[in-house]
Design a protein around this ligand. Structure first.
Ligand SMILES: [Zn+2]
Length: 237
């Protein structure tokens, strides 16, 4: 599985449960952080004073590495800068190489729209563009092309304004404690720890509603996803 994260903490809040769960189920999990979120998502670190961009980036890298280790993911930092994030062709091709090497079964990234954060939809755009290039026979012929990994948008901060509607719920109850530990590595954004715990509880209630009251499975925590590529199936049940 591949997670394309605009900033170095996004993957933890939005897909930490998916990473821990799939890792537990034998998947290889890789996270690409396009930036450290050093300007736009590190307010608490900047308020400490005596801060430089390099110091903030180093702190954010360390937090993300510790989180990824707890979740069981490999992490690669592209360090492209944030607010604004800009993705040159060289970085796009580096992401294509990640697809070709990893051959992911599915990809998680941001919502396709986010009026509060223009780095987020750009990350999703690049995740999808790299996926398509990685499928092209004529790109680096001789390498193994990728199939059609499913693409899901993980949950943004302001769902309604982002036109994000969950059509997939992932039961993360059994890995919740792991996700919470990974969340707690994000010292720069402590105000979000309980917020994203509440989100997981809410999505858990909704997930349960969608399997019906006769189901015996007890879901407490879930992550919501908006699948953006069609499902192809031979069984509609
Ligand atoms: Zn972000």
């Amino acid at each position: 599985m591949l997670v394309v994260s605009a900033h170095s903490a996004d993957f933890v809040w939005r897909a930490g449960g998916a990473i821990a769960l799939h890792k537990q189920n034998g998947y290889r999990a890789k996270v690409v952080c396009l930036s450290f979120g050093e300007r736009g998502e590190s307010a608490k670190l900047w308020r400490k004073g005596e801060m430089t961009l390099e110091k903030v980036k180093a702190a954010r890298r360390e937090e993300a590495e510790r989180s990824a280790e707890i979740l069981g993911a490999e992490v690669e930092f592209f360090d492209l800068g944030d607010y604004p994030l800009r993705v040159p062709d060289e970085a796009l091709m580096r992401l294509v190489d990640v697809y070709r090497e990893l051959q992911p079964a599915f990809v998680l990234s941001h919502s396709q729209k986010d009026p509060y954060n223009f780095d987020h939809p750009l990350a999703m755009h690049v995740a999808q563009e790299a996926r398509i290039i990685a499928q092209a026979e004529g790109h680096n012929p001789g390498q193994k092309v990728v199939g059609a990994p499913a693409v899901y948008a993980f949950e943004p901060h302001q769902t309604e304004q982002c036109d994000w509607v969950p059509n997939t719920f992932l039961d993360i109850t059994e890995v919740w404690e792991t996700k919470r530990r990974a969340i707690e590595c994000m010292a720069g954004q402590e105000h979000l720890w309980d917020y994203y715990t509440r989100v997981a509880l809410q999505r858990g209630v909704q997930a349960k509603r969608n399997i019906g009251i006769t189901a015996t499975r007890d879901i407490k925590y879930a992550e919501g996803y908006m699948r953006v590529t069609p499902s192809v199936t031979g069984d509609l049940a």
